[in-house]
Design a binder for this molecule. Sequence first.
Ligand SMILES: Cc1ncc(COP(=O)(O)O)c(C=O)c1O
Length: 400
Amino acid sequence: MPFLSDTLARVKPSPTIAVTTKAAQLKAAGKDVIGLGAGEPDFDTPQNIKDAAKRAIDAGRTKYTAVDGIPELKAAICAKFLRENGLTYTPAQVTVGTGGKQILYNALMATCNPGDEVIIPAPYWVSYPDMVLLAGGTPVPVVAGIETNFKLTPEQLEAAITPKTKWFIFNSPSNPTGAGYTRDELKALCEVLLRHPQVWIMSDDMYEHLVFGDFQFCTPAEVEPALYDRTLTCNGVSKSYAMTGWRIGYAAGPVALIKAMGTIQSQSTSNPCSVSQYAALEALTGPQEFLAENCKLFERRRDLVVSMLNEAKGVTCPNPEGAFYVYPDISGCIGKATAGGTVITNDEVFATALLEETGVAVVFGAAFGLSPNFRVSYATADETLREACARIQAFCAALT
Ligand SMILES: Cc1ncc(COP(=O)(O)O)c(C=O)c1O
């Protein structure tokens, strides 16, 4: 009898975490490494949020809480949805978990049966397919390539839907491409979904606040109110408020689904960290001005990275609407040999050679379901980005 489960055999460890770990190991060994793999802002959690957490500790808010969130935080989440998204939810429609990741996981665990299909536009956040597999469902990736700026078309969505489709996972702005759907583009997808009442929508709005220029964020339940009753609107404080380590994510949707997600959570982690919940409460109710300031900073970095990567030989880098990632295409590098003598047969070989020969750590595209590409996270200082892009340019220029 094997010791490890069949469930475990269905999933693989996160490749983004693997890249970050490898880069950290090389750095510890004394190599000059620039890590562009990690998906988290490079600045500290705002002081008012840290102070709220300290106050919570001093006030003894260190015990178990309600499994899916304290009432004050649920009320603040309802207020956030109304204020920023025009969506009305009651606290009974809200759940709070240990990061956005647990929220999505709870929803899939609570709803997927064997044979249930989950449509995932590719390139996708690495965890979606594996979470669907863990939950016993079948991921159905649909590639939205560079020709549509990494956005799924209504025709593609229509063609992917079957009677077994349970969920459509929507993520805008996207990890790994930064692509953001305009209201018209999202409306067109919603029109397809209206024709298929068996399909639920899981909207992962994690990068809501990181959008650039005139781009306006929008979310399915707001764009098409007729989908409200079968949409789970997911969000969290990790990226917008530089709170990745605090582990607070949340979602709102129909009461029965929210209750079912709470049941899953009650038998796994129970409540998310009590102190972090008070910190998240401050994040959502305290000053919001820094969100716009951060956006400006990230927009400047995006412009820098996009222009420098487009100057690298064999690389094409689209200009994304949001998040803090770019996803350049490296078709022009495939088949060539590096200065170190490695023949680039695919994007994983490219990323490995880039790390070994130049010390720049990026994540290869195959991990996200679209090749040949790589993902750059530009949540790092301008000077570091400039140096990293210069190294990528030199690496590509040396390909023969
Ligand atoms: C698209 C997307 N959704 C969800 C998450 C999970 O966020 P959290 O750190 O809150 O679990 C991430 C984190 O990288 C993400 O990129």
